[in-house]
Design a protein around this ligand. Structure first.
Ligand code: CMP
Length: 423
């Protein structure tokens, strides 16, 4: 037996199976209510034998070889109920025409179940487009359902000689869409008892689908932009606090500016934190490494750092954002962490000398108090919106011990700064 097929081959197989399932599910109901074209039927029979046969063998292999390992294709393809799925595959491959069982060809339509499964896998694997795919697939199923219902309507129509087949179908589809969307202009109405019963069922189906669709679209739209949601939620909270507790206008302004900045950057720090909180430690660590490593590499002091350093400090680095005029810390305070500036501009100010330096993205600061275990020798103020990564003193000390190269760069800088400050 051959091993599992490569990814492009699997995708090709799924595509062909889906295409055939769609063609048969459109053509066979038409065939039941209209004319039977023996050539098309023959082509579809051979296509089913080939494509569905290939699919049956491939699925059988998947179920046999991958005994439901978590996260594998077989699990997504329903390993738990493999007998049911294989039954669907077998029913779709049988050449009913050759056996004289023409009515049974409709069983091939069951293969659509595989298509719905592939759609689920697709949505599962393409999380970014999940909602869009959800709506596209829904429209697809609605169109197919409308087609089947139209065929059903034709079946119930008393024999008509006044119009051709195509017009008959369009009329039936027109009736179906009207009834499904609950518009019902009334220009095509049920005449026979069968049609009346059928109309009632379709109307109920239509109302159900309509309600379900509106509910789903509303929920998709409401969660579409989590950053915007985050912003509005925080603004609401701010409004409540302001009216209940009366925050000073200056403080209100700063909070508002902070959220405006976050919103303008489409920065959803809170989402990241909320997601990370749900993950087990090992996964959390890997996600943080992946999110932060690009930024860590932008900091010259850490550019040459080995992969391991990045892995070690990714979880330790905390994002801190400052708005214009914020004081990050004051001269004379105890130092408990150092910072790496990612964006924005900061001023280094000493009581004695005034502004002594400007810090730009990639610079670090707050290292001197940690090195020398003294107080901060200057005040750091944010000139613009600034984003930093902070590293607490314990993590800082362990980095110095483990990575002498990085320690040397930071120490060298601290010395230069000290001598320039003392001049
Ligand atoms: P620390 O003493 O912990 O807190 C103040 C920080 O300002 C200090 O660490 C340095 O990181 C930074 N700093 C001090 N002097 C200078 C300088 N001359 N140029 C740039 N940064 C400085």
């Amino acid at each position: 037996m051959t091993g599992p097929a490569s990814y492009p081959v699997t995708v090709l197989r799924m595509f062909l199976v889906s295409l055939l399932a769609i063609v048969t599910s459109v053509y066979y109901p038409l065939m039941v209510v209209g004319n039977f074209d023996s050539r098309i039927s023959l082509v579809l029979m051979f296509a089913s034998l080939l494509i569905n046969g290939w699919d049956l063998i491939a699925n059988y292999q998947i179920y046999r070889t991958e005994k439901g390992e978590i996260g594998t294709l077989s699990r997504e393809m329903g390993i738990g109920s493999k007998r049911r799925w294989l039954a669907v595959d077998i029913l779709a491959v049988i050449p009913y025409e050759l056996l004289g069982l023409h009515a049974f060809i409709l069983l091939r339509i069951l293969k659509l179940l595989r298509l719905s499964q592939y759609q689920k896998i697709w949505r599962h694997r393409d999380l970014r487009r999940n909602d869009t795919l959800y709506i596209v697939f829904f429209l697809f199923w609605m169109t197919l359902a409308a087609h089947w219902l139209a065929c059903g309507w034709i079946l119930l129509e008393p024999p008509r000689t006044d119009i051709d087949g195509a017009t008959l179908y369009i009329e039936a589809l027109y009736w179906t869409i009207q009834t499904l969307t609950t518009v019902g202009f009334g220009d095509y109405t049920a005449e026979t008892r069968g049609q009346m019963i059928y109309s009632m069922v379709v109307m109920m189906f239509g109302v159900g689908i309509y309600g379900w669709l509106i509910g789903n679209v509303a929920s998709i739209l409401s969660k579409r932009d989590s950053v915007e949601q985050f912003y509005h939620d925080n603004m609401e909270r701010l409004k409540t606090i302001v009216s209940n507790r009366g925050l000073p206008p200056e403080l209100q302004k700063r909070i508002r500016e902070y959220y405006d900045y976050i919103y303008s950057r489409s920065y959803s720090g809170s989402d990241e934190q909320a997601l990370l909180a749900t993950l087990p430690a090992s996964l959390k660590h890997d996600v943080q490494v992946s999110l932060k490593q690009e930024v860590i590499r932008m900091i010259p002091a850490l550019t040459e750092s080995p992969e391991n350093l990045i892995k070690d400090i990714a979880t330790e680095l905390e994002t801190e954002i400052f708005i214009p005029n914020d004081t990050i810390f004051e001269e004379g305070e105890e130092g408990d962490k150092m910072y790496f500036l990612l964006s924005g501009e900061l001023e280094v100010i000493r009581q004695k000398d005034g502004k002594i330096a400007t810090l730009k993205p990639g610079d670090f600061f707050g290292e001197m108090a940690l090195f020398e275990q003294t107080q901060r020798n200057a005040t750091i103020k944010s000139v613009s919106y600034s984003e930093t990564y902070s590293l607490d003193k314990y993590a800082f000390n362990s980095v110095l011990l483990k990575y002498p190269g990085v320690a040397a760069i930071i120490e060298q800088k601290a010395k230069e700064r000290k001598s320039s400050t003392n001049q």
